[in-house]
Ligand binder design. Structure first.
Ligand code: F6P
Length: 500
């Protein structure tokens, strides 16, 4: 299979959202105002996301741009190719920068100062909205100063976007950090077609109603022409709340709001399957996968977890289940080993620091109680992995555990399935958006340790024929809806003024 269109200068890239996209270390594009690139004045498509898909580093006094972790890259690359596009976002550091063009895409950095990072990003985005939108797994914190910084940073994103977009352009705004941008932008540029897509889950009214700024957030999102979610239940939650909190009215997938029609729907995000599959099939990757298994003592079963180190991911739930299985003798080391990759994330936020301590303590206990000399019960890495190493690990693992308490989609599971052209098994939380389509996984409730243990055991003892059959079904589902399908479907809904 031909690899799909890729982001300029990348060998491959996981899709956005929670995919544990690798961190690149080599310079990928020239610095700002690069002389060898043409200027671009009239972007017809403007992507607006909290982060640019590149970040700035300085090595030996020279500025470079390298790929940043996460990013919406894989899904958007195919729809951006061949159009004049711009990408508006934060560079991930405190410095501003001039816009620069590379490969017909204008990158427009938005400055966010260190104190704004604390209040807008760490505070309102990740201590208020993130827990509130994830079942209040941690208590959301409501601070008025964070809210006012969220408003002013959203205004800045809207201003920069208004100055960037060509007349009548499509503007696609992404995620919970920027929920006010659709409304703010519409006030300044009513000529634009504005889309908003939420990558994380959207809560039911019982939770959302806690938010002191609930009405402002709803009105902000309703500034869009198309509001997209990962799954239908999130779209329904949104419509119910829109009608309760604002003047919006309507039934089904179209709301009437301030003399406009707003389409609301589910557009499940996916990944660039072809690129990952190509890496997985290469001889180097297959060799490395074999080597990994040997390094781990050639276990009968290699069980893998790969997550951003986030408290929503249910890492401790799966470690607890694994621990109980070792304790009650259902499984033993070194026949079964586990690898947990925890990708560093948001490590200035207290709940994330606590989560790291909790997980590392649990892993210490597991290894102390059940490991052997040279054979730990859990191999633990707290870092980003290079894409080729990650794919090799996916190829080496017999079972992938994806056990979030709540997850908009979860792309790690899709990455694993993309890489498994033969067999393999997935234990998947029913609270991940991916569970809606990947129904041939072993579906579990991560709050139920007993069910988690049963799910893991079923995956371990499944006969090879069953595993192959399930993986075939998982792959069929994945291949029927890739990142490119997602982006194309969303943009055609945004382009079309039809509402039926
Ligand atoms: O899934 C939500 C999300 O915020 C994505 O937008 C982002 O790629 C990922 O989580 C990583 O988060 P952050 O940008 O906070 O590091």
């Amino acid at each position: 299979m031909e690899p799909r269109a890729q982001w300029p200068g990348r060998s491959s890239q996981s899709a956005e959202d929670d995919a544990v996209a690798p961190s690149g270390v080599s310079p990928l594009v020239p610095g700002p105002n690069s002389a060898d690139t043409p200027q671009l004045d009239q972007p017809q498509l403007v992507v607006v996301a909290n982060r640019l898909p590149l970040r700035r580093t300085v090595a030996r006094g020279v500025e470079h741009w390298e790929r940043s972790p996460g990013g919406l890259v894989a899904g958007l690359a195919p729809v951006m190719a061949g159009r004049d596009c711009a990408w508006v976002g934060w560079t991930g550091d405190g410095n501003g920068s001039e816009p620069f063009v590379h490969d017909r895409i204008r990158f427009v950095p938005v400055e966010v100062t260190p104190s704004e990072v604390e209040e807008y990003y760490e505070g309102f985005s990740n201590r208020t909205l993130w827990p509130l939108y994830h079942d209040a797994i941690r208590t959301p914190e409501f601070q008025r100063s964070w809210w006012s910084t969220y408003v002013s940073v959203n205004q800045r994103f809207a201003d920069v976007t208004a100055q960037t977009a060509a007349p009548g352009a499509l503007v696609w705004i992404h995620d919970y950090q920027l929920q006010l941008v659709p409304g703010l932008l519409r006030q300044m540029r009513p000529d634009l077609r504005i889309g908003f897509f939420l990558h994380i889950s959207f809560p039911p009214q019982e939770l959302f109603m806690q938010l002191p700024w609930r009405k402002e957030i709803m009105e902000g999102i309703l500034g869009a022409d198309v509001v997209g979610f990962q799954v239908p239940i999130a779209a329904r939650n949104f419509s119910v709340l829109a009608k309760r909190l604002t003047s919006a009215q309507g039934r089904g997938s179209v709301l009437d709001f301030e003399n406009r029609q707003v389409k609301v729907g589910a557009f499940p995000v996916s990944i660039d399957v072809g690129s990952l599959e190509a890496i997985a099939r290469s001889d180097e990757t297959q060799l490395r996968a074999k080597e990994i298994r040997e390094q781990m003592g050639s276990p009968e079963t290699l069980i893998l977890g790969v997550d951003r180190l986030d408290y929503t991911k249910g890492i401790e739930a799966r470690l607890t289940a694994y621990k109980e299985m070792l304790f009650d003798g259902t499984i033993s080391v070194p026949e079964r080993v586990m690898v947990q990759i925890a990708v560093p994330t948001r490590d200035s936020v207290p709940a994330y620091m606590e989560q790291r301590l909790a997980i590392e303590r649990l892993i210490g206990e597991l290894n102390g109680d059940f490991g052997q000399m040279g054979s730990p019960a859990v191999h633990y890495l707290h870092r980003n992995l290079d894409i080729t190493e990650l794919v090799a690990l996916y190829c080496a693992a017999d079972i992938l555990l994806v056990t979030p308490y709540r997850d908009g989609m979860n792309l790690v599971v899709k990455e694993y399935v993309a890489c498994r052209t033969d067999s393999g098994a997935v234990v998947l939380s029913e609270f991940a958006g991916a569970a809606q389509s990947l129904t041939s996984a072993y579906l579990v409730n991560p709050h139920d340790v007993q069910q988690l243990k049963e799910g893991i055991l079923r995956a371990i003892v499944a006969p090879p024929g069953e595993r192959r059959q399930r993986m075939r079904a998982l792959r069929r589902s994945l291949l029927s809806w890739t990142a490119e399908d997602w982006a194309t479907a969303y943009l055609s809904s945004l382009t079309s003024t039809e509402t039926a």
